[in-house]
Design a protein around this ligand. Structure first.
Ligand code: NAI
Ligand code: ISE
Length: 343
């Protein structure tokens, strides 16, 4: 069996999660190298999972390591682009956590580097496409079970965020998941976006507007309303309801025992993204490894999908600043990305 050697750049929260799943749950991958801006963090992870991995001083040295077949980029958002470009230029496969780059130009630089290699090398961590609830919802829409979709009502809520989380993070770190998932869900492209700020919660720090409501319109006229509310206090909560011409389809709630106790009917709400999407992360990474072995290319969300999200995110950022309805338009999709087999 082929075992892919993974080099991990950024061994923080999700880096550690992915190292754990590759090492202890999935098959076909081994962590052979790690690096982190803070070397002691990388060392701690190597010890925690008893990895037989080299601790590199930086991404340049890790990319040059011959044992590394795949870069797992789980560093902070702004660091992704430089690492991914360098990795692609070195001919390595890349699994990069979202966002691939923090601007559309950044994604386009990666698209160009990848096309120059003549082969798809990059997959991006848009795990919702692998979540069984989202997959079922997409099947309902693709089967035309509810007729043409007309509206989507969605929520992305975190219990709380720290001071480093800004208005920009609400788009490039959080809403980016909906931006990727929803055009895939309804097979349509985005046309415009507008942002409305409701009354601000007292739990948001000074520089963060929270909650925010994004209204995104598609080419066919579907209106998508998403509230991003990242200090909601009560838990980690993801909702999506698609209203069609002949019915409504709703993302299943995360399964939880229904309890009757002390005159109350209760179900648990999760607190953390790590738990809500744990199965989806497993499936996306297993699929990534299997596709490379079987077809020589990853088959999941790619650099072009990320370019789409980045153009839309840039429009969302402009809409946040101006309060205006901002138009969204994309460059023509290169043929190179047309044979993509989406999950
Ligand atoms: P984190 O802050 O816990 O970890 C990031 C790590 O990268 C830190 O240890 C930091 O020292 C290191 N780092 C930063 N710049 C670096 C560089 N240039 N070279 C090497 N190491 C560097 O952050 P977290 O929550 O793990 O997020 C990492 C990425 O994963 C972000 O892009 C985030 O948006 C994404 N993410 C995706 C999730 C998903 O649901 N798909 C969930 C959580 C995070
Ligand atoms: C985090 O980076 C993620 O990607 C989570 O999935 C998202 O829910 C959260 O808001 C982000 O900060």
């Amino acid at each position: 069996m082929t075992v892919l050697g993974f080099g991990v750049i950024g061994t923080g929260a999700i880096g550690t999660e992915h190292i754990n799943r590759i090492t202890n749950k999935l098959s076909g991958g081994e962590i052979v190298a790690v690096t982190d801006f803070f070397p002691e963090i990388a060392k701690k992870v190597v010890e925690q999972f008893k990895l037989d991995a080299v601790i590199h001083p930086d991404d340049t040295s890790l990319i040059a390591d011959e044992k590394v077949d795949v870069l797992l980029v789980t560093s902070s958002e702004a660091a992704h682009e430089a690492t991914v470009v360098a990795g692609v230029e070195a001919g390595k496969y890349v699994f990069c956590e979202k966002p691939l780059a923090i601007s559309a130009q950044g994604c386009m630089r990666i698209v160009n580097a990848e096309m120059k290699q003549g082969k798809k090398l990059v997959q991006v961590g848009f795990m919702r496409r692998y979540d069984s609830g989202f997959v079922q919802l997409k099947q309902v829409i693709d089967n035309n079970d509810i007729g043409n979709p007309l509206m989507i009502r969605a929520s992305h809520r975190n219990a709380e965020v720290d001071e480093s989380y800004t208005n920009d993070t609400a788009v490039v770190g959080t809403l980016i998941h909906e931006i990727d998932a929803f055009h895939w869900l309804v097979n349509d492209d985005y046309k415009s976006v507008q942002v409305v700020y409701p009354r601000k919660t007292k739990y948001a720090h000074n520089n963060l507007q929270d909650p925010q409501i994004f209204t995104i319109e598609t080419i066919s006229g579907i209106v998508i309303n998403i509230d991003v509310f990242v200090n909601c206090q009560y838990g980690y909560d993801i909702h999506c309801e698609v209203i069609g011409e002949e019915g409504i389809a709703k993302l299943p709630e995360y399964p939880s025992v229904v309890m009757r106790k002390e005159a109350k009917l209760t179900t648990r709400i999760l607190k953390d993204w790590k738990h809500r999407f744990k199965d989806a992360y497993d499936v996306e990474l297993q699929n990534f490894m299997d596709s490379i072995v079987k077809t020589g290319e990853p088959q999941g969300p790619n650099s072009w999908d990320s370019y789409i999200t980045a153009v839309t995110a840039d429009a969302c950022l402009k809409a946040q600043r101006t309060g205006e309805k901002v138009q969204i338009s994309f460059q023509a999709k290169p043929k190179f990305y047309n044979e993509k087999i989406a999950q």
